[in-house]
Design a protein around this ligand. Structure first.
Ligand code: SF4
Length: 367
């Protein structure tokens, strides 16, 4: 499995607006069907759950509320969530995305992204007198707490995840002296540890469930006394979206995943789809990136979206698919989700002072 950064490098010093989209000339439905006739009924299998998770919803609402309450500019360290559309929309409203805190003026309001930050970043913010709102997903915070607890027990942590991903940097930063990052199965086979009998493992929240199990199995073969974390770190949203994609993949000729190249869970959905039988899988940020030649000879298209993707982007893909004859859409529901998180406490307290008692719960907003 490749790390998310191998598909695209998204980091820029300051995240700006996307380039204007220049529509390209498309081949018509008739031309595509003439190129490769389709046998069977054209249809779309729409995976559910898909799209926004509770942690992403909460983080985006937190930034929107901060904009409404404090006014622009609101600074956000890193992309609030890994989605091009979300970042561009917030940029247009006055959010300034930065890579590091030294780009933020002294005393300015700064939001930490859903992926979490290391204690060093929090200390840096305090040194610079920044007013901060921590939009770290509570499920990422849970992993941070486990890292702290294990390090206090003087255990060594094998952190399964992609080095360089913001979430992994944040978790690693809780206990760098006690942590070794394991990127993949190959590293699980070769990682060296000081005391094989004093090990535990944690993971990034957005990994492939199957590959993580394989990595743990390799580690356990080598280190039989490896201790498990109290609960799974791969979050409910990642697991549910992968399960939904797995269920439809054997039937699809083409799987489309809406999500950005630096979105770990979106990239995983594409990989999982191929592993579970999709003849072809493609990831796009936007409907206009769908290449109609992918439809040649294709009867069944699967469609899903990563946990940071607003539903409006999926609808735009469905509209495009309908133009090419894929108007029959069957939603395949493999789980119901009702998880919600309340807004970051700093923001809740501030909003309460001005009579805004809406808790801005995340988890239900889809566009
Ligand atoms: S993908 Fe999971 S860990 Fe990440 S923000 Fe969503 S709920 Fe939280």
């Amino acid at each position: 499995m490749s790390a998310p950064t191998t598909e695209s490098q998204s980091a820029t010093t300051t995240v700006g607006l996307g380039m204007p989209h220049v529509p390209r000339v498309r081949h018509s439905r008739e031309e595509i069907e003439a190129a490769a006739p389709v046998t069977g009924q054209k249809r779309v299998l729409l995976a559910a759950p898909r799209g926004y998770c509770a942690g992403v919803d909460r983080a985006v609402i937190a930034v929107e509320k901060a904009l409404d309450h404090y006014g622009a500019p609101v600074y956000v360290r890193k992309e609030i969530v890994h989605n091009r559309h979300v970042v561009d929309s917030l940029s247009e409203r006055g959010v300034v995305f930065v890579e590091e805190l030294d780009e933020v003026p002294e005393g300015a309001l700064t939001v930490f992204s859903a992926h979490g930050v290391s204690p060093a970043v929090v200390q840096d913010a305090e040194r610079r007198n920044l007013r901060t709102i921590d939009a770290t997903c509570p499920l990422v915070t849970k992993v941070h707490r486990e890292a702290v607890r294990f390090s206090k027990q003087d255990k060594h942590i094998l952190l399964i995840g992609h080095a360089g991903h913001e979430e992994v940097e944040g978790t690693y930063g809780e206990a760098p002296e006690h942590t070794t990052i394991v990127n993949d199965v190959e590293e699980a086979r070769t990682v060296e540890v000081e005391d094989p009998d004093n090990l535990t493992w944690l993971s990034q929240t957005t990994l492939s469930v199957d590959e993580t199990l394989e990595i743990v199995s390799v580690l356990r073969d080598r280190f039989p006394n490896l201790q498990d974390p109290p609960s799974d770190d791969i979050c409910y949203a990642t697991s549910n979206r992968q399960a939904a994609v797995k269920s439809i993949s054997p039937e699809v000729d083409l799987m489309l995943v809406v999500g950005s190249a630096n979105s770990s869970n979106s990239v995983r959905l594409k990989e999982v789809s191929l592993e579970y039988g999709a003849a072809r899988a493609e990831r796009v940020d936007f409907a206009h990136q769908v290449d109609e030649s992918w439809f040649e000879g294709v009867a069944t298209i699967g469609l899903s979206s990563g946990a940071s993707v607003p539903e409006v982007l999926v609808q735009e893909v469905l509209d495009l698919l309908a133009e090419y004859g894929y108007g029959q859409v069957d939603e395949v529901v493999t789980a119901e989700e009702d998880i919600m998180f309340s807004l970051p406490k700093e923001l809740r307290a501030e909003l309460k002072k001005v009579g805004d008692t809406s808790r801005g719960l995340g988890g239900r907003k889809r566009d």
